[in-house]
Design a binder for this molecule. Structure first.
Ligand SMILES: O=C(CO)[C@@H](O)[C@H](O)[C@H](O)[C@H](O)COP(=O)(O)O
Ligand SMILES: [Zn+2]
Length: 193
């Protein structure tokens, strides 16, 4: 138990330090991404979000904040997580390839002016990279939310937001901070003006 306390304290301190460094190093890109999402929503566009595992959960979490509400009582905003429809996901993975599960949905749903947000802690998940590549081809603004050295993301996204850590859980904790921050900024700017 005493060891657990020490371990937990260390993890907490690492998590706080990573979030702080993330903000310090990436604030320009973070705010720019919020501006792009606000611009797209104000122009009648939407946000498409995708990732694997914990990042799939993050995609759904973010879409729910936009479609339902965040901190304000307001009209729903259009955001779709491409991680939720098991029929679509299994049909594409079964008939084509798992690497296409997001790109095919982007092709079906994306329009120029929309924003695609691909989340990958390694920056190397093929399905996320293909989703971003297709989004770019179609004229969506593409954002890569990643960690470490960003992996291959910089070749696939217009804007890459990188958490400065090599630890997947710490990266994901900073991703959730990013998601809540962007929801709050965009919601206030959209409905306060
Ligand atoms: O949540 C976690 C680890 O904390 C896992 O589910 C993790 O998201 C999965 O291993 C993903 O497949 C990792 O993919 P990526 O972040 O490198 O794109
Ligand atoms: Zn996780």
């Amino acid at each position: 138990m005493e060891n657990w306390q020490k371990q937990a304290q260390k993890i907490l301190e690492e998590s706080l330090a990573v979030k702080k460094a993330f903000w310090e190093k990436q604030k320009g890109n973070i705010l720019r991404s919020a501006e792009e999402i606000l611009r797209a929503l104000k122009a009648g566009g939407k946000l498409l979000i995708f990732g694997n595992g914990g990042s799939a959960a993050d995609a759904q979490h973010m879409a729910a904040e936009f479609v339902n509400r965040f901190r304000l009582e307001r009209l729903p905003l259009p955001a779709i997580a491409l991680t939720t429809d098991t029929s679509i996901l299994t049909a594409i993975a079964n008939d084509y390839d798992f690497s296409q599960v997001f790109s095919k949905q982007v092709k079906a749903l994306g329009h120029p002016g929309d924003v695609a947000l691909g989340i990958s802690t390694s920056g190397n998940s093929e399905n996320v990279l293909q989703g971003l590549a297709t989004a770019r081809e179609l004229g969506l603004f593409t954002i890569g939310l990643t960690g470490g050295d960003g992996g291959k993301m910089p070749s696939y996204a217009d804007l890459v937001i990188t958490v400065p850590s090599r630890e997947t859980p710490r990266i994901q904790e900073a991703h959730i901070f990013y998601i809540h921050l962007v929801c709050e900024l965009v919601e206030e700017a959209y409905f306060a003006s």
